[in-house]
Design a binder for this molecule. Structure first.
Ligand code: SAH
Length: 349
């Protein structure tokens, strides 16, 4: 079977080339782009200002990437919604929709599974299945905007997968998401979270994007970090901090450190002091995440009091710190949990 180009993963300039090669006028590409990326169409047929023959040709030859909702759960606590989507090949990914005062935020997945192996994370348990295409990343947002009927203004790439391990598709996705011909989400409202793949952080710094980079630090010393995150054996904290410095120097955007508090592992006052040192040196904001217990792992959350003490220590040192509100705790909010539960119960019978 001939593999046809995934038209929905093409930025407008490339879509034009593709459409012209098919013998169509360039303005047809702009129409198609608008249908896919602004009107969020779910079929070629509905693109009513295109000729019937053109639509039929597209339907025959080009599968349009549209995700299908398999599960939708709404938190009774805070209204957060979690979606489990089926990709065209049957793989599953999850996304989260959160309503904040400043607008609606969607957390998307960048890969099916993950190969980074962080010890507290559910996404990595079955390893990496495959990368998501730009269209598959975009369509998580598109489906959610259509289903909720509300505009999405913030996007965080903090779901399953390591975005910098799917680098080229991520960059295309970011350009298309923030392009004025598409949803046109402000780059400043987009955050990409990485476990710290140093060479890719340098590459990202050179892309000329105004997005926020979040670094999953989780420990302020190398040996502790290595216990939690295999990637820490490859890149030391010193190298990571240099990469953060370069990112800031090139983009003017401050980095956020993410720090998941794991009871008895990385939540002491000494940990807080060392973390303060790193954050201070780099002018970074710290986002504390009480670890979300995952069935397959036996980590526990630090108790409330310890979390407060940790936060106070950072604040006393002049660090800007937030505790991530645990949205959707009652609906498998943590990365990869819903997909795993679904695969356990619904598919294995
Ligand atoms: N691969 C990217 C995105 C991961 S998800 C990264 O590593 O940054 C976003 C954040 O949630 C990361 O900081 C990740 O380490 C953290 N995380 C994953 N599972 C968690 C859990 N069970 N509890 C708390 N934080 C978790």
């Amino acid at each position: 079977m001939i593999q046809h180009t995934d038209l929905k993963s093409l930025p407008l300039a490339q879509l034009k080339e593709e459409i012209v090669a098919l013998g169509e006028k360039p303005f047809r590409a702009a129409q198609l782009y608008e249908w896919m990326h602004v009107r969020l169409a779910d079929s070629w047929e509905e693109m009513s200002n295109l000729s019937k023959t053109f639509r039929e040709m597209l339907t025959d030859r080009y599968p349009l990437t549209v995700l299908r909702v398999v599960r939708e759960q709404t938190s009774r606590i805070d209204g957060t919604k979690k979606f489990l989507f089926s990709l065209p090949d049957g793989n599953l990914v999850e996304s989260v929709w959160m309503r904040y005062r400043h607008g609606n935020s969607v957390c998307i997945s960048s890969q099916v599974g993950c190969r980074m192996g962080c010890s507290f994370c559910a996404s990595t348990i079955g390893g990496l299945e495959r990368n998501l295409t730009p269209a598959e990343m975009l369509d998580q947002i598109y489906r959610i905007q259509k289903l909720t009927g509300e505009r999405v203004s913030n996007v965080v790439v903090m779901g399953s997968g390591e975005p910098l391990d799917n680098y080229d598709n991520l960059i295309t996705f970011l350009h298309m998401l923030t392009d004025e011909h598409g949803l046109h989400i402000s780059q400043r409202n987009v955050t990409v979270s990485t476990c710290g793949i140093v060479p890719k952080m340098y590459e990202l710094a050179k892309e000329g994007l105004q997005i926020t980079l979040a670094l999953s630090l989780h420990a302020a010393v190398d040996d502790k970090r290595q216990e939690l995150m295999p990637i820490a054996k490859r890149y030391r904290i010193g190298e990571l901090m240099e990469a953060c410095g370069e990112y800031y120097a090139r983009t003017g955007r401050r980095i956020t450190f993410e720090y998941s508090l794991v009871g008895g592992v990385n939540d002491t006052q000494e940990d807080a002091m060392r973390l303060s040192g790193l954050a201070k040196a780099h002018g970074c904001h710290v986002n504390l995440i009480p670890v979300n217990p995952v069935k397959e792992r036996n980590f526990v959350q630090s108790d409330r009091h310890r979390i407060e003490l940790f936060k106070n220590k950072l604040e006393k040192n002049g660090i800007n710190v937030t505790i991530r509100r645990e949205m959707g705790r009652d609906i498998d909010g943590a990365c990869g949990q819903l997909r795993r539960r679904y695969m356990d119960t619904d598919q294995k019978g």
